[in-house]
Write a protein that binds this ligand. Structure first.
Ligand code: AP5
Ligand code: MG
Length: 213
């Protein structure tokens, strides 16, 4: 099963993608997590990505597409995957579609997690992320068992650099301009599924499981 998660920054794509990956035993692939791991390790890729991410801009398609195609070619992706944060532009979606076409394959579901902009800005300030395993928490809604420590890998949790209010607004603007058109792209291919992302994360997940079966 090949799934694409769509939705604004902070809609809960990562939260849901992790739960999907656990239940269906497929890898969770987040381009944002890959970039953040590279920033943490101080790689060249990380340095380049950071210069865009901190401003709330997208990392250029050429760079992002290559990383993603390399990742989905790995052995663990044979039975499918859940993509979180990719594609984010029409050109990215077209490259992915072409790569899958060449393998007589396609995306099975594009799940759009819908959350209005007002809710997003409130959510971001409370998010805490683990840069080690990619888990996310919320200080009010989804707190870790021990404050500031990741439940999964026991590393320290941080506030992401791009979660400052002014950067969040910029990310929302970029989302509406460049990523929202993907809803129509996948709708035309008959694979779009919409879920309400404003309810409790367990309810969002139940709606997704209902769709995926
Ligand atoms: P990325 O890491 O993908 O960030 P994003 O799309 O902005 O999305 P987020 O990770 O912020 O949100 P999310 O939807 O995963 O929400 P989460 O589950 O954490 O990308 C970061 C940057 O990298 C981009 O800005 C760009 O520069 C670059 N980049 C990445 N991919 C790229 C690409 N393909 N092309 C170009 N550039 C790329 O949830 C948010 C918060 O809400 C958490 O605190 C969570 O605990 C809480 N929460 C979740 N669900 C609920 C709920 N139901 N109720 C209440 N709270 C909830
Ligand atoms: Mg995320």
């Amino acid at each position: 099963m090949k799934i694409v998660m769509l939705g604004a920054p902070g809609a809960g794509k990562g939260t849901q993608a992790k739960m999907i990956a656990d239940k269906y035993q497929i890898p969770h692939i987040s381009t944002g997590d890959i970039f953040r791991a590279n920033i943490k390790d101080g790689t060249e890729l990380g340095k380049e990505a950071k210069s865009y991410m901190d401003k709330g801009q997208l990392v250029p398609d050429e760079l992002t597409v290559k990383i993603l195609l390399d990742r989905v070619a790995k052995d663990d992706c044979k039975n499918g995957y859940v993509l979180d944060g990719f594609p984010r532009t029409i050109p990215q979606a077209e490259v992915l579609e072409e790569a899958l076409n060449n393998l007589q394959d396609k995306i099975d579901y594009a799940v759009n997690v819908e959350v209005p902009d007002e809710n997003i800005v409130r959510r971001m300030g409370g998010r805490r992320a683990c840069l080690s395993c990619g888990a996310t928490y919320h200080i009010e809604h989804i707190p870790p068992k021990t404050e500031g420590i990741c439940d999964r890998c026991e590393k320290e949790l941080v506030l992401r650099d791009d979660d400052k209010p002014e950067t969040v607004q910029k990310r929302l603007d970029v989302y509406h301009e460049q990523t929202q058109p993907l809803i129509d792209f996948y709708n035309k291919r008959g694979v779009l599924k919409e879920v309400d992302g404003t309810v409790d994360m367990k309810e969002v997940f139940a709606a997704i499981v209902n769709i995926l079966g």
